[in-house]
Design a protein around this ligand. Structure first.
Ligand SMILES: [Zn+2]
Length: 448
């Protein structure tokens, strides 16, 4: 008994000392301690991280696939639902949750877009999915994005019971391999294709719950068609929390994206993906109530806006592509997340004396001098204020922000608006997400 107590005390002292080390600024010897002065925050460029850039030109190929990742509640329960309060246990299935993928190849450059109906797949699990892809699936960049569904299983750990992680690994281990298989299937399904790009406004469909009231109301659509002009895949990019069903629902569902998939696939065929945008601070559907009918109305309206916007768009059969991918370290400054990390509720590795998280940002550009399309991928819930600042500097006809891409680091609060007492800050891994992510993306983009 005494021995156990001593071991426990020594372990706690050891963990606390690691925490203290983690909060001491280590000066310029560390990979990237932010240096703050009056106006600027300067980051020291790390060198030991993955960085890849590729340019190409050529004909287009595309393939799609979709697989369910719905848990089996008879064998895998309890499943804790991610989003809202803790300890919301799933009692049934309303509709399936999905892993939906579209692989696009331009010349010899291949990009996979994969969207999953989950609250936020984190970077270590993203890397695990990548490790399941072998040399038969040769992809330069996999953009895995979570829809941020608030009616699916917890994949972060924050929504379990008491001090325990809410992740059901019985279910999640299998789901991660299904996600990898979906990428492989989409890759194998590739055939000659063309790209259609379109956008339209979804005016007043969502609301912003934090001042200033700034929202991305554009629905951007990327569609891949084959040489008979049959739809291979439709990617609907729009920014709003999938939380129409709110916190009293205990049935597994993909919320309003379910009705986007159903409506588009019934109307024009192919595989539909919902790609989440800049939803920080906090963009949410403006609906009458929290019913499945409201989710249906909302999803079908977004689907119709997307379908109608495509009517006049021409098909691009060959184009230029530029992609760049960069890993970055982010100092984890949120004290509650640090404690959750010690308790293994937030189960992901920390680097540089347990100070930093590792994540990634990416850009994809199409057309000569990136004139057609510019995509930035952001590893969390970006405030639209940040996105618009970057978007104004971009020049492509279509500019898309993919949120929760390769990671979910929580809210990305503009640094000038950062107040540790506010809600979004309490759900943000770091005070420095905004400058770190946006400065890196700005350096990667083709800007004039
Ligand atoms: Zn959110």
């Amino acid at each position: 008994m005494r021995k156990t107590m001593i071991v426990t005390i020594v372990s706690i002292i050891f963990l606390l000392s690691l925490e203290i080390i983690g909060t001491i600024p280590l000066g310029s010897s560390s990979a990237k301690d932010p240096i703050e002065n009056d106006q600027n925050i300067i980051f020291i460029e790390p060198t030991q991280l993955h960085h890849n850039e590729k340019m190409d030109y050529g004909l287009i190929m595309a393939g799609a696939a979709a697989n369910q990742i719905t848990p089996d509640l008879s064998t895998q329960s309890p499943i804790f639902i991610g989003g809202f309060g803790r300890n919301r246990v799933a009692t049934g299935i309303h509709d399936d949750i999905w892993s939906r993928c579209c692989v696009v190849q331009i010349g010899n450059t291949t990009i996979a877009f994969i969207s999953v109906d989950l609250i936020g797949v984190m970077y270590p699990e993203y890397q695990r999915i990548m490790s399941y892809l072998d040399e038969n699936t040769s992809i330069d960049l996999v953009v895995l994005t979570s829809t941020h569904n608030h009616e699916g299983p917890d994949v972060i750990g924050l929504w379990g019971k008491a001090i325990w992680s809410g992740i059901s690994w019985d279910w999640y281990d299998g789901a991660l391999s299904i996600i990898a298989d979906t990428i492989k299937e989409a890759y194998e399904n590739m055939k000659p294709a063309g790209i259609k790009l379109a956008h339209a406004i979804a005016l007043g469909m969502s609301r912003d719950s934090r001042e200033p009231i700034i929202m991305e109301e554009q629905v951007e659509t990327i569609q891949l068609v084959d040489y008979d002009e049959q739809v291979i895949a439709t990617m609907v990019c729009y920014a709003s929390h999938p939380e129409v069903l709110w916190d009293e629902n205990t049935l597994i569902s993909s919320d309003f994206p379910h009705y986007i998939f159903e409506h588009i696939e019934e109307t024009i065929g192919g595989t539909t993906l919902f790609i989440q945008g800049s939803i920080g601070g906090l963009i949410t559907p403006r609906t009458q109530n929290h019913s499945y009918e409201s989710a249906k109305d909302f999803g079908e309206s977004i689907a119709d806006i997307s379908i109608n916007s495509l009517y006049n768009s021409s098909i691009i059969w060959e184009t230029h592509v530029h992609l760049e991918t960069k890993e970055i370290f982010v100092p984890m400054t949120n004290p509650v997340f640090r404690i959750a990390s010690i308790l293994n509720i937030l189960d992901r590795p920390l680097y540089n004396f347990r100070k930093d998280l590792k994540t990634s940002v990416n850009i994809i550009e199409l057309g000569e001098d990136a004139s057609l399309l510019q995509i930035v991928t952001v590893p969390g819930e970006d405030f639209p204020e940040n996105w618009f600042e970057l978007k104004e500097k971009m020049h492509a006809k279509h500019r898309i922000h993919i949120g929760l891409a390769t990671d979910e680091l929580g809210y990305i609060v503009p640094i000038e608006d950062y107040n540790p007492k506010d809600y979004e800050e309490s759900m943000s891994a770091s005070k420095y997400l905004d400058p770190l992510i946006h400065q890196t993306l700005e350096n990667m983009l083709t800007l004039f």
